[in-house]
Design a protein around this ligand. Structure first.
Ligand code: NOJ
Length: 495
């Protein structure tokens, strides 16, 4: 009787149905032939060569040099993986992995050192042309992010993403990139993770929490839309590519089945995914954001909502500007309802007004506190996108696991890839979600922002103590290679 009761209890008190009670079978369905497997990186995190060949400083060069203490191991990415110089070696590794695509980002500071389009740095442009050519010669599709956190410092000095001219600066930069590389690029990403850029990754003096986050978000959406319209009006017919904004976050699992917790989780989904997704797919901020921020702003003594209103013209400009849905996702957060947070200084967290925490009995990344191994959350998340955003084509632009050592024997990463992909395949098969590709973060161990080199996400190890930055394949890379080549997760698959 007791074991039975325990089982019932597990199923009723836990919304983690199968994580605690039973382990799901790995999918044995082959991924479709045109499903694209890839690996990804970003410029600041791997390139190094921070001041070579006319490149100017990004906000990350500037901040890591000025205040090394903001990085856990006091490091910076001046050299990182040295990929600016070693790009051919990286492409050879991608080739060995058997990937169909490589997602990387362009350093704005290499292409336009003044931040503006008045001076195009041909050496920087040629570097990326060479990288793209090398990829194409090896039958690897380049997928290119225009902006991945490394804003030119000269633009930050002018207010960065808080300046209403930011969308115009971004559009001018995008034009140079479409003109220079567009004949060879079929998948463009405008901005990587605006949520991060407008919250934790947002380096600016005097940021006012709960105010500037929302201004930054509006400018990111306008910048993204400007690049999308530019591409659509002037480049698409000739170059035939697609362009999307890369959104990120977790699946939000209600802490219990209570109506309050379910609403709390739905609220957090809208405040994080919907913050950017809703304007793009519906044309305005999610209602719950408008209502809660207006309500709290009033009680805090503001004359108007801290969430900037979008005009009808802006709504129309932003709506419909995603050719597919690009997603970075790694884990699941549990969400619980709480009393309304007290009225004091404004903040995004208080605006959301829920308790969000991590699963305590899931495998935890030894180096990233936010990263837990919760593969089933990704299936729920994908189904949510299908229902919420009119069944879009979804490209997973990032997903991966971090340890602290970079060890070659990386079984947890291998299992992570296996189980996450299995849930993705189930979402396609059983929930009818249109996932078109998967991209592993990351090709290489690299500079993990505030964690420096203490967190290792690569499926390939980089020896940062060697001037050669020697690359060595980890165990997971051999598994991932098999998946990329066979489109199958297990020994034998069926169609
Ligand atoms: C998201 C970001 O795009 C990437 O830069 C970062 O390194 C990974 N997630 C892991 O945190």
């Amino acid at each position: 009787m007791l074991p039975f009761l325990y089982f019932v209890l597990l199923l009723t008190v836990s919304s983690f149905g199968f994580s605690l009670a039973e382990k799901p079978q790995l999918s044995n369905k082959t991924f479709p032939k045109n499903f694209s497997f890839g690996a990804t990186t970003s410029a600041y995190q791997i390139e190094g060569a921070w001041n070579l060949d006319g490149k100017s400083q990004s906000v990350w060069d500037n901040a890591t040099h000025r205040i090394p203490g903001i990085i856990k191991d006091l490091s910076n990415a001046d050299i990182a993986c040295d990929s600016y110089l070693k790009y051919k070696e990286d492409v050879a590794l991608l080739k060995a992995l058997g990937v169909q695509h490589y997602r990387f980002s362009l350093a704005w500071t290499r292409i336009l050192p003044t931040g503006f389009a008045d001076e195009v740095n041909e050496i920087g442009v040629n570097h990326y042309k060479n990288l793209i050519r090398e990829l194409k010669n090896n039958q690897i599709q380049p997928m290119v992010t225009l902006y991945h956190q490394d804003l030119p410092q000269v633009l930050m000095d002018r207010g960065g993403t808080l300046n209403p001219l930011f969308p115009k600066w971004f559009e001018d930069y995008a034009r140079v990139c479409f003109e220079s590389f567009g004949d060879d690029v079929k998948h463009w990403f405008t901005i990587n993770e605006p949520y991060i850029d407008c919250t934790v990754g947002f380096i600016s003096g005097g940021l006012r929490e709960g105010i500037d986050n929302y201004i930054c978000a509006k400018h990111h959406l306008m910048a993204h839309a400007a690049a999308w319209h530019l591409y659509d009006n002037e480049f698409r017919a000739r170059q035939g590519g697609k362009i999307a904004l890369v959104l990120n976050s977790d699946w939000m699992e209600p802490a219990s089945h209570s109506a309050e917790d379910v609403t709390a989780a739905a609220t957090r989904m809208q405040f994080i995914w919907g913050w950017f997704g809703h304007p793009i797919y519906y044309g305005d901020w999610p209602d719950i954001m408008k209502t809660r921020i207006a309500m709290r702003s009033k009680l805090e003594g503001f004359n108007e909502s801290r969430l900037p209103e979008l005009t009808q013209e802006e709504i129309a400009y932003i709506k419909g500007t995603n050719d597919f849905f690009a997603v970075n996702t790694y884990t699941t957060t549990i969400v619980q309802a709480i009393e309304e947070p007290e009225i004091s200084s404004p903040s995004l967290d208080k605006d959301i007004g829920v308790n969000a925490y991590q699963c305590s009995d899931c495998i935890a990344s030894p180096s990233m506190s936010w990263l837990k191994f919760v593969p089933w959350g990704t299936r729920k998340l994908l189904k949510w996108f299908k229902d919420e955003y009119f069944n879009p084509d979804i490209l997973i632009t990032e997903n991966g696991w971090a340890d602290g050592t970079g060890q070659l024997d990386d079984d947890v990463r291998e299992n992570y890839i296996k189980e996450y992909l299995s849930n993705i395949r189930d979402a396609m098969e059983k929930d009818g979600v249109k996932v078109i590709g998967y991209t592993l973060w990351s090709l290489l161990d690299n500079f993990e922002w505030a964690s420096g080199f203490t967190a290792k996400f690569g499926t390939i190890q980089v020896d940062f103590s060697s001037p050669n930055r020697t690359r060595t394949r980890k165990k997971s890379s051999f598994y991932y290679e098999r998946v990329c080549r066979t489109h199958c997760l297990v020994g034998t698959c069926e169609e």
